[in-house]
Design a binder for this molecule. Structure first.
Ligand code: DC
Length: 225
């Protein structure tokens, strides 16, 4: 069980996806689940301050992740929303809905169901602290704000969107603040997590670090058997 936590655009998704691929594990992007829930709130036209309506909505909403042809897809009430949830509007909305405890409880329940048998790499903000505090390997990924802003810009360019650095910088900094200061399961660096800064690492390097740590743990566990 591998938990990867860290702030927005720190390289979690790419790392988690490739680590899972190399180990033959399932990849679970928990941020995608909060994004799907946020998309539903936006589509229903509910105000983000209307907590009780959102709480009611959670009970009638189904958010699931499925691996299809080796690719992780996100479903909202049975509809594939994988691409739709990548917008800036949804990212901002996800940071809001994820402050609501009932939303978190529902998402965490599904994440625990998916992860119960192990062989999984989960990434998010509260994986090592709340979802699986007993994870075998906890990683905390960071990167400097400038680096993360540029990465997000490149990601948006790939979607055909040209966005200036300044508004992106503000959005990411606002989201960082919100995710780290909320009452419910804020992003924290745990004492038992291995922290590393991906600012000056290539994707290959960051993936190799995690895979090597994982293999070391697997070896130790096998020796004990
Ligand atoms: O990782 P991401 O940028 O796709 O996540 C979108 C938002 O969802 C993020 O701003 C905070 C929230 N989130 C969370 O609260 N807990 C998680 N485990 C994952 C994401």
């Amino acid at each position: 069980m591998i938990a990867i936590d860290g702030p927005a655009a720190s390289g979690k998704s790419t790392t988690a996806r490739l680590v899972a691929e190399r180990l033959g594990y399932l990849h679970v992007d928990t941020g995608a689940m909060y994004r799907a829930m946020a998309l539903k709130v936006l589509e229903e036209g509910i105000d983000f301050s209307d907590t009780s309506s959102i709480e009611t909505l959670v009970d009638s909403t189904e958010v699931t992740l499925k691996s299809i042809n080796g690719e992780l897809r996100t479903f909202l009430d049975g509809v594939d929303v994988t691409e739709k949830i990548r917008s800036r509007e949804v990212a901002k909305a996800a940071s809001s809905v994820s402050t609501i405890r009932r939303v978190r409880e529902a998402m965490v329940k599904e994440q625990r169901r998916m992860g119960k048998d192990g062989g999984i790499v989960l990434e998010g903000r509260d994986i090592g602290s709340v979802v699986f505090p007993d994870a075998d390997l906890k990683i905390f990924l960071t990167a400097g704000l400038e680096k993360r802003v540029r990465r997000r810009q490149v990601e948006l360019q790939k979607q055909g969107l040209q966005v200036d650095l300044e508004p992106l910088r503000k959005e990411i900094a606002d989201r960082d603040r919100k995710d780290a200061t909320r009452d419910a399961s804020p992003l924290v660096k745990l004492p038992d997590a291995i922290e590393f800064d991906t600012s000056n690492l290539t994707i290959e390097e960051q993936v190799r670090i995690v895979v090597e740590k994982a293999k070391e743990i697997i070896r130790r566990q096998n020796q004990r058997l």
